[in-house]
Design a protein around this ligand. Structure first.
Ligand SMILES: Nc1nc2c(c(=O)[nH]1)N[C@H]1C(S)=C(S)[C@@H](COP(=O)(O)O)O[C@H]1N2
Ligand SMILES: [Mo]
Length: 314
């Protein structure tokens, strides 16, 4: 899958004029336009431009990885376990039309179309580092909106202590789901205070365009202070729960993957160290860099875990 890198819209140094701010009707039209394209065409060719404003306060100053790196080196086991599989084997996946079931402990459960989900939210671009548990990282210009703002709309009640997420189950379009690699569908979860943290993002795009299938179209979670596997892709259900929900990697290998999965250089994966990371796309000879506690977001999020033994609750 080859394409040229689309123009980055606002540069960090630029001030975004207010008219750049998400015109919701246009965004919805853009997302709908994606669905109008025939299933046989590469989704790539049908990516739609999004309207958004750069959120400089919540963006790293580092240069993002290339569009090529971000869209050809992926973990999305529903399309296969090789890093190249998601780009090569996700062409049949149809991210439109899409709806999300909101269930569990809230006043406004229901099934909402993607358009309903997006309508009240202005889209923001945020440059976050994605830190995979496999000790590599990338810097990605996501386009999305705060998860907490969406969750509030459904009026979670006092029993809503956790939020559980589920990926779509479509073995006909997702060849990896025909093999018992994980206990499908992929599920993830956050504690409600983590989910409400302003850094937690629901992404609908990257590099200014709707998400490619391999990156979790049309809607995926991005939690920048946690290992990448928490960032569940192609979400079809969000459930408010009283108890800690099961999570796909914890079910698969509980001694390797905990519920919290906060990036922690001092808690090694049982089979390798987490102390350093390799930036994808960098020179093979470039030295590894130190992994930062909470992936560099300790100042913003460490207070969520005061009193929690982070070695025990990894
Ligand atoms: N449904 C689903 N979501 C998933 C995964 C997956 O296999 N299935 N892989 C996770 C892992 S391990 C990582 S590192 C990130 C990778 O996101 P990216 O491919 O957009 O970089 O997606 C996460 N979300
Ligand atoms: Mo990962």
């Amino acid at each position: 899958m080859r394409r040229t890198q689309p123009n980055l819209q606002p540069l960090p140094s630029e001030i975004t004029p207010p008219d750049r701010y998400c015109n919701r009707r246009e965004v919805i039209t853009a997302l709908a336009a994606v669905g109008a394209v025939g299933a046989g065409l590469a989704r790539d060719a049908s990516a739609a431009q999004l309207k958004y404003a750069r959120n400089a306060r919540f963006s790293l100053k580092e240069a993002p990885n290339s569009f090529e790196d971000i869209t050809t080196y992926n973990n999305f086991y529903e399309f296969g376990t090789d890093k190249a599989d998601p780009a090569q084997k996700s062409g049949k996946f149809k991210p439109q039309p899409w709806s999300v079931a909101i269930t569990g402990e809230c006043a406004k459960p229901g099934t909402y179309t993607l358009e309903d989900i997006l309508k009240p939210h202005a889209l923001e671009e945020r440059i976050y580092r994605l830190r995979c548990v496999e000790a590599w990282s990338m810097v990605i210009p996501w386009v999305g909106f705060p998860l907490g703002a969406l969750l509030q709309r459904f009026e979670p009640n006092s029993k809503a202590k956790y939020v559980a997420f589920k990926t779509v189950m479509r073995p006909s379009e997702m060849p990896g789901q025909r093999f018992p690699v994980l206990d499908w569908p992929y599920v993830e979860g956050l504690r409600i205070d983590e989910a409400m943290h302003p850094l937690a993002l629901l992404a609908v795009g990257l590099y200014g365009q709707t998400l490619p299938n391999q990156n979790g179209a049309p809607l995926r979670l991005v939690v920048p202070w946690k290992y990448g596997f928490k960032g569940i892709k192609s979400i079809v259900e969000i459930r408010f729960t009283e108890r800690q929900p099961p999570t796909a990697w914890n079910i698969s290998a509980p001694h390797e993957y905990g519920f919290f999965a906060n990036v922690n250089p001092s808690v090694d994966h049982p089979r390798w160290s987490q102390a350093q990371e390799r930036r994808i796309g960098g020179s093979l000879f470039a030295s590894k860099q130190a992994t930062l506690p909470f992936n560099g977001y300790a100042e913003q999020v460490a207070a969520l875990y005061s009193g929690l033994d982070l070695r025990k609750f990894y």
